[in-house]
Ligand binder design. Sequence first.
Ligand SMILES: *Cc1c(COP(=O)(O)O)cnc(C)c1O
Length: 365
Amino acid sequence: MPPIQFVDLKRQYRNLQPEMDAAVLRALGRGDYILGEDTREFEKEYAQFIGAAHCLGVGDGTDALHLALLAAGVGAGDEVIVQANTYIASVLAISLAGATPVLVDCDPETYNLDLAAVERALTPRTKALLPVHLYGQPADLDPLLAIARDRKLAVIEDVAQAHGAKYKGRTVGTFGDVGCFSFYPGKNLGAYGDGGAVVTNSPALAERLSLLRNYGQKVKYVHLVRGFNSRLDTVQAAILRVKLPHLARWNEQRRAAAALYTELLAGTRLVLPKVAPWAEPVWHLYVVQTDDRAGLQAALDAEGIQHGIHYPVPVHLQEAYRDLGHREGSFPVTEAMAPRLLSLPMFPEITEEEVRRVAAVCAAF
Ligand SMILES: *Cc1c(COP(=O)(O)O)cnc(C)c1O
């Protein structure tokens, strides 16, 4: 049996190769390598896809979050609430902005922010909420937006895993003040290198973000604020423009693979992902829980089936965040899950036969 990769990026490239190679060569030939035509056009096309008024390409997803926080006025002395069970970049962005990350536990069913925990974490210094649409599952935004309205907090959505996911029929990334995307190669929409974007409906935030990503300048050599160098490369934008028209179909293919996993694994001892009634997830990851992860990993390894763990060590137990003063027991739901999580192969081009093989190994185990 041939091995099954966790994410096979080459399969997608092969399907797109003639068009992709031509687009890259066109961008190379044009010579506008920074903030060129493809970046401008991609920004328009991506804003339209997401349903936001403005989109600005930035260097990567971490920068998207960092710049969004700064644009929203978050800085030293401010607190930003985020879940402990996210990829560390969500939290690093808060630190980069000079603010203090306030970690909270997650909901055991959806793995997204626990609302009661958010309420408990609010203080007079809370300046923003940073919901993560983890694994491609939209967070329950309405209650968060209500808290934000009451308290005049900014909401910065981390949409790095959820390009095109919908909450109550509307695309996530458009609910908060800024939606932040990563185009890391393995994401639902991935470049062939690093890339990211911010979307917003606020002209004022769009203006600030356009300054922040480009040395604080609108006109060359006129620096209005102390900005950064964080721009989406023209060549990466050209690549993303080839991919974007396929994204909705790719998300459908992920949905089909997820539905098949769910059907085939129902009745096993695995805990399967749950989808809230208001959620249209895009299945960046298909994450199960098992009582015997090492055993399941060994069974998959024996069949040449790759798998992942998202994430093995929660942020609050990482050396990098020791100074936040948490310890084991701080976030019981996150901690109880961490040793049980396992991500099964998931990418748009995974075949039905491959999903069936993976599921068969899981079911037999
Ligand atoms: C990938 C990711 C990021 C960071 O994006 P980069 O482009 O790698 O900087 C942030 N948050 C989440 C949830 C992610 O999955």
